[in-house]
Design a protein around this ligand. Structure first.
Ligand code: ATP
Length: 280
């Protein structure tokens, strides 16, 4: 069963702005799904439907097979861990430790269980050294990790991250992507994230929805989406740098296999070079 599904969601902001039109997306259990779209595509608006922050004009949202309604919001919010773009919106306790303990405490867990959850989350996000610090004095990247740790401490079935890399420097982005990759590999958790950074997607996602002007204009595997240059251009998105490199080499007659992840392209280039003794 899918952990998360929207069926033909349409949403209008006040003033008649249609931010979403007939949007249907699914995240299977243990799936890693990217919501790819440029500014104003409707990504944040869609995500706000998942845990009932806003309600669609038409269409429905299902979490773990149950239609989201006022009556089941508490259960839904336990299953869906949302991390918003601005971590300041989510961090409010005097110390990082207390902040991460807030969710498990609200779930009514025993002090030992809370201790265990906080400890695990601090470890997973590699922020143990920040446990006693006031969250508001942390850097943007540290705050982001603390916000994710706080959500993970509630043991959600799916982690939903709105623009997880916004405001991070290149090293911060690389570190966060590495952490998230390890997280989905080591824990039974699904992931959906939104972004306009095409280069980020192959490293984290297996399936991609491309949004533009409030609609899903394309969906498919990473390979299918990044092979469709006209789709990316309609969505006002870049072609990933590795795709550009491989396509350019192919156009010059180099027999290199298409690849979207750094490791794949590195291996493909290495194989080509290894076949030519003069280049070794
Ligand atoms: N509170 C609001 N009131 C009116 N219109 C809004 C509101 N929030 C968003 N919109 C409009 O809805 C559309 C979708 O916005 P949304 O924030 O969901 O896009 P996004 O894909 O998350 O963009 P970004 O990448 O810039 O964060 C945009 O046209 C935006 O101007």
């Amino acid at each position: 069963m899918n952990i998360l599904e929207t069926r033909a969601i349409t949403y209008e902001y006040r003033g008649g702005i249609t931010a979403l039109h007939n949007v249907s997306v699914t995240v299977p259990r243990n799936g890693c799904v990217a919501l790819l779209g440029s500014n104003g595509a409707g990504k944040s608006t869609l995500m706000k439907h998942f845990n009932g922050i806003i309600t669609a004009k038409s269409g429905e949202v299902l979490v773990d097979g149950e239609r989201v309604s006022k009556e089941n919001l508490r259960v839904v919010r336990q299953k869906i861990g949302m991390v918003f773009q601005n971590p300041d919106d989510q961090i409010f306790a005097p110390t990082v430790w207390e902040d991460i303990a807030f969710g498990p405490t609200n779930l009514g867990l025993s002090p030992e269980a809370i201790q265990e959850r906080v400890h695990q989350s601090l470890q997973l996000l590699e922020v143990e050294h920040l446990a006693d610090r006031p969250p508001h004095h942390l850097s943007g990247g540290e705050k982001k990790r603390v916000a994710i740790a706080g959500i993970l401490a509630m043991n959600p079935d799916i982690l939903v991250l709105d623009e997880p890399t916004s405001g991070l420097d290149p090293v911060g982005i690389r570190e966060l992507v590495g952490l998230l990759r390890r997280l989905v590999q080591t824990r039974q958790i699904s992931l959906m994230f939104s972004t306009h950074h095409v280069d980020l997607v192959p490293d984290l996602a297996r399936y991609v929805y491309v949004m533009h002007a409030g609609e899903v204009i394309g969906q498919g595997t990473v390979e299918e989406i990044f092979a469709d240059v006209s789709l990316l251009s309609r969505a006002r998105l870049d072609v990933p740098i590795l795709t550009r490199l491989v396509t350019s080499l192919q156009n010059r007659g180099v027999p290199i296999k298409a690849g979207y992840r750094f490791e794949d392209v590195e291996q493909a280039l290495y194989s080509l070079i290894s076949d030519k003794p003069e280049m070794r």
